[in-house]
Design a protein around this ligand. Structure first.
Ligand code: ZN
Length: 347
């Protein structure tokens, strides 16, 4: 079968690899019908060394179950399923607390940590299939597939940003970042009833989509200028919730600059730093809390699915490009160069 491998920063190839197959009785073998490239795939695309590669890529997928292991109870051949970016048993203590990204099962983890599997491929072995996969009540060629695919990561991640911040109806929210996750954070804040949603981003095609998803204000300026602009828009106060969907230090600094006293900075942009200001001058002085982490998107699928099925939300609008597997290396390049917002893959 064919699959995407990253050899090092900037070097993505589609190659023939050994066919994925059932290895454990709790596995399912899934033929992938839709996948995509994630903004977080661009982190290794910038930084991976040759020693770290080649790595199989892709952690968002929809596909058809081809075969199940002897202990899989809830799935059968022919089911259309979506997989979150994390593998979980959906049964342990943490999973029952809706923290599936901390699942304690020894086979749990992230697709990105699995040696010989990945979503940007023709097929995949899904460990802990009963816990990880969620059945979709549509056909593989449904027009809803792009929106349903966002359940694998970006929608649930944006939603987690808003949930972890405790966004409540009537609150003001700032979203930092106009990538797919930032736009999903806007949509999520809107869904939770936020009144004013300030989107910080400077790509107008993206911020226009952000307005469609619910942003009431767009701030294109960055750094001190951007902070001043958000404060100006919010009577000098900043906003209660700040959803940070970038992951780099300047975005964190912006978050600290625009959060209101007593507010929450909720991070879902995978932090590319280990040290950041948390002391008196940044968080402590005004009782500001820091929240967020890898989104337990598995926890949100059942909650968000009905809104997609009935057309209340259309998160699939973040996909502006579709390609087959051959086009994946170019897809990485286009996303890196901001020519594409998010690339849908039809293997
Ligand atoms: Zn678990």
């Amino acid at each position: 079968m064919r699959a995407t491998l990253m050899y090092r920063a900037g070097d993505v190839r589609v190659e023939n690899v050994p066919d994925s197959r059932i290895e454990n009785p709790t596995d399912a073998l899934v033929r992938i019908t839709a996948s995509c490239i994630c903004g977080s795939d661009l982190h290794p695309y910038h930084s991976m060394t040759a020693d770290e590669g080649p790595a199989r890529m892709g952690h968002e997928l929809i596909g058809v179950v081809e075969e199940v292991g002897t202990e899989v109870a809830t799935l059968k051949r022919g089911d259309l399923v979506v997989s979150p970016f994390a593998i979980s048993d959906n049964a342990c203590e943490y999973c029952r607390e809706n923290l599936q990204t901390s699942c304690s099962h020894h086979e749990a983890g992230f697709w990105d940590g699995l040696q010989n599997e990945g979503g940007q491929a023709e097929a995949v072995r899904v460990p802990l299939a009963d816990g990880t996969l969620v059945k979709l009540p549509v056909a593989p060629d449904s027009a809803l597939i792009p929106s349903l695919l966002t359940l694998a990561d970006v929608l649930g991640t944006g939603y987690h940003a808003a949930k972890a911040a405790g966004v409540l109806p009537g609150q003001d929210v700032t979203v930092i970042g106009d990538g797919a996750v930032g736009l999903m954070a806007v949509l999520s804040a809107k869904r939770l009833g936020a009144e004013r949603i300030v989107l910080m981003g400077r790509h107008t095609d993206r911020t226009d989509l952000g307005r469609e998803f619910g942003a009431t204000d767009v701030v294109a300026e960055r750094g001190e200028e951007g902070i001043a602009r958000v404060r100006e828009l919010t009577g000098g106060q900043g906003t209660y919730a700040v959803l940070e969907a970038v992951g780099h230090m300047p975005a964190y600094e912006q978050a600290v600059g625009v959060v209101r006293p007593g507010g929450v900075i909720s991070r879902v942009g995978v932090p590319q730093y280990e040290e950041a200001p948390i002391g008196f001058a940044s968080l402590f002085r005004h009782n500001i809390r820091l929240a967020g982490g890898p989104a337990p998107v598995r926890a949100y699928i059942e909650e968000l699915l009905p809104d997609i099925l009935d057309g209340t939300i259309e998160p699939g609008k973040v996909f502006d490009t579709t390609t087959d597997l051959d086009g994946v290396p170019a897809g990485y390049r286009d996303m890196d160069e901001r020519k594409s917002l998010k690339v849908l893959i039809k293997p």
